[in-house]
Write a protein that binds this ligand. Structure first.
Ligand SMILES: Nc1ncnc2c1ncn2[C@@H]1O[C@H](COP(=O)(O)OP(=O)(O)O)[C@@H](O)[C@H]1O
Ligand SMILES: [Mg+2]
Length: 369
């Protein structure tokens, strides 16, 4: 570790102003590290707790230069930051952005992501890059599918940019036709539907000495395609847990990780584990770590970006995290007086359907995994 970093007043730049950046900025403050947020959005959740904010588009070179001058090291809080932005920042100060653009590039595009996973020996759902009905028809007959999912290659989140279809009725399916029309300028993938028994995730944090801490596996339940609850311990078998950890470590090795990455996985009845998505960042399924671990995913994001040793990912309590989506934020009153319950709100004044407004973590004494 560079002792200068530990003792001097370090400033971390974070691209993106959402709740993930906010919680990293709070963790940074605890370590005496100041944060500057760069975001196109006024009054973003992260800017409310940061030392400074630059509000500008991600391609504004003058603003990016100022951001670079104001900060020692830069990270990002979500994956839809243009790779060119990261390349430009790295051209101003070399090797200044963590995780690097290789991981960012992979996780921005499902075609690159799944190709990378498969090339690294990690199994995913069967998938193909498709262009129109005839490609779809070919997958259906080659793989003998009853149903399938179409996903846009880029910019999907919380189930946006994807539809599930019945393979028997693709000819007169207006939902499918509308989707294909709306996405005709974009790359699309088709995936077989996995009848998974559950969904899990693993968060890996690796420092510049190559030491890795892993959170999870976490058990994730979704409602309307948005994460609803995360539970630890996950209750999955030792075999499943080992397979998930193995996949996460393989990915971290393959991208030469410095920073935090999350892998989302499907678990099948026969204990097969399939990788679904990689995120080059902290993750909603790791919010419980703030309250149930000595070092949270956010602190490890800050530590690994800033050249400090990664902290232990051990948990001292079992936890259930409940997301507050949209109007749910109006139901927090009972949680405020409930024992072993931690309420987190993101400072968003505008309540919108599907918007992540906060989360609740309920703690219980630790059991064995
Ligand atoms: N191939 C699949 N089979 C079954 N369910 C899927 C499949 N792909 C996605 N899903 C469901 O949709 C959710 C969102 O899909 P995902 O690929 O993670 O996209 P995003 O999180 O970017 O919206 C997953 O968490 C899972 O519940
Ligand atoms: Mg996902």
């Amino acid at each position: 570790m560079n002792p200068k970093i530990a003792t001097s007043s370090l400033t971390l730049g974070i691209l993106g102003g959402g709740q993930l950046g906010r919680m990293s900025a709070i963790a940074a403050a605890q370590l005496g590290i100041a944060v500057v947020i760069f975001t196109p959005e006024e009054n973003s959740p992260a800017s409310l707790v940061a030392k400074d904010t630059i509000v500008a588009p991600y391609n504004d070179k003058d603003a990016l230069r100022r951001f670079s001058e104001m900060t020692d090291i830069i990270s990002y809080e979500f994956e839809n930051i243009p790779v060119k932005t990261v390349e430009y920042l790295n051209s101003l100060k070399s090797d200044n952005v963590f995780p690097d653009e290789k991981l960012l590039l992979i996780s921005q595009d499902r075609i690159k992501e799944k190709t990378f996973l498969n090339d690294s020996g990690i199994t995913t759902a069967r998938w193909a890059h498709v262009n129109g009905l005839s490609d779809i028809q070919k997958c259906i007959s080659d793989w003998n599918l009853n149903s399938f999912i179409l996903k846009t290659a880029r910019f999907g989140y919380d189930g946006k940019g994807q539809i599930k279809c019945d393979a028997l009725s693709i000819e007169n399916n207006t939902v499918l036709a509308t989707f294909l029309d709306a996405t005709k300028e974009q790359d699309i993938i088709l995936e077989e539907v996995i009848p998974f028994s559950c969904e899990i995730s693993i968060i890996a944090a690796r420092d510049n000495e190559g030491k890795t801490s892993l959170y999870g596996p976490m058990l994730n339940a979704h409602k309307n395609h948005i994460l609803d609850t995360t539970t630890v311990p996950s209750g999955v078998s030792k075999t499943v847990s080992e397979r998930a950890v193995h996949a996460a470590m393989k990915i971290a090795d393959a991208v030469n990780l410095r920073g935090v990455l999350t892998v989302e996985l499907f678990v099948c009845e026969d204990e097969t584990v399939l990788a679904n998505e990689i995120a080059p960042r902290t993750h909603n399924s790791g919010h419980w770590t703030i309250d149930a671990c000595a070092v949270s995913q956010f602190e490890n994001h800050v530590r690994t970006a800033c050249g400090m040793p990664v902290g232990s990912a051990d948990r001292h309590s079992d936890a259930v995290m409940l997301n507050l989506i949209g109007d749910d934020v109006n139901t927090i009153a009972p949680y405020l007086t409930q024992k072993d319950t931690c309420v987190h709100l993101y400072g968003k004044t505008d309540i919108r359907e599907g918007r992540k407004m906060g989360h609740i973590t309920t703690l219980k004494p630790k059991t064995d995994d």
